[in-house]
Design a protein around this ligand. Structure first.
Ligand code: SF4
Length: 97
């Protein structure tokens, strides 16, 4: 699988998982650990805790599910884990609205 197809696969998989009611329930009730930037999936998406991309951080990404004012929150790409509100990965999509 080339890098572009892998990225599309990960994004589509995350969207499906994000729409799953069990994931939504689980994300509210389970204590989430933080994403390790050295985790293979995080590395594949170039995830970092501190964004270096202007105006692009997890907190303003469409896939971010954390509270607006929190330092860490959920992400549809990393179910059951938290990402830094100021983090970034190459699946970043501008939050609608
Ligand atoms: Fe998740 Fe978006 Fe942050 Fe990537 S940029 S880790 S998709 S919230």
């Amino acid at each position: 699988m080339n890098e572009l197809n892998r990225r599309k696969f990960l994004i589509r998989s995350a969207a499906i998982v994000a729409l799953s009611p069990s994931v939504l329930i689980g994300s509210r009730s389970a204590a989430a650990s933080r994403v390790d930037p050295n985790d293979p999936q995080a590395k594949a998406l170039s995830y970092v805790h501190q964004s270096s991309v202007e105006d692009s951080i997890c907190a303003n990404c469409q896939l971010y599910t954390g509270p607006v004012d929190a330092d860490w929150g959920g992400c549809a790409i990393f179910p059951g884990k938290e990402v830094a509100a100021g983090g970034w990965c190459n699946a970043w999509v501008k939050k609608a609205g």
